[in-house]
Design a protein around this ligand. Sequence first.
Ligand SMILES: [Ca+2]
Length: 204
Amino acid sequence: MMSWLRRGFRGFLLLSVAVICRETAGLDSSPDFGFEDVTANGVLRGWRVNASAGYPFEVIEAVRGDPRFVRGGECSVRLVQSRVDDAGKPLPGHLYLDAVIPVKAGARYHFSYWAKGRGKAGAWVYFYHKVNGVAGFKSSVSLATVSREEADGSSSHYSLEGETDWKKCRFLCVAPAGDDVTVRPAIEVHGELWVDDAAFAPAE
Ligand SMILES: [Ca+2]
């Protein structure tokens, strides 16, 4: 009898752990910061272009196995957007992380990624506020570069001139007030850039 009870209890524990793991995985959604989740047709599964808000790209192309253009893992992404408006102002593309990340009110984070190529590299975030369990849009913010010196004097973007080395592009994100706020970062590009190894982490 005791043995049966012990087995039953152990089974219950294992089942509980399995349920918790599944729920945790669902919450975190495992952001694809390395651009590694690519279909056989070369489509990135963990990132998307927000068609409703505009900011499309002429080319979004997963790059696999080319050491010149892949910094970490097996894949990176090539982004091309060269269009300008009637006044000659660049029309950048925005590539959005599919997952959303929980943030603490008022806390400072760095959103970063590595880029190479020729063009301008910026960043945006979309904040969502959960009300009654449903995540609703809260605000969108263009992120400032972490340091102007690092970004050649610009507070809004990095300029890449076709250097052969990867450049780390770092941006500061300050979470707004409120409970249950999540953030979706977006990579902003004008020109032709290869991007890899993104990260979103508390500022040191
Ligand atoms: Ca990668």
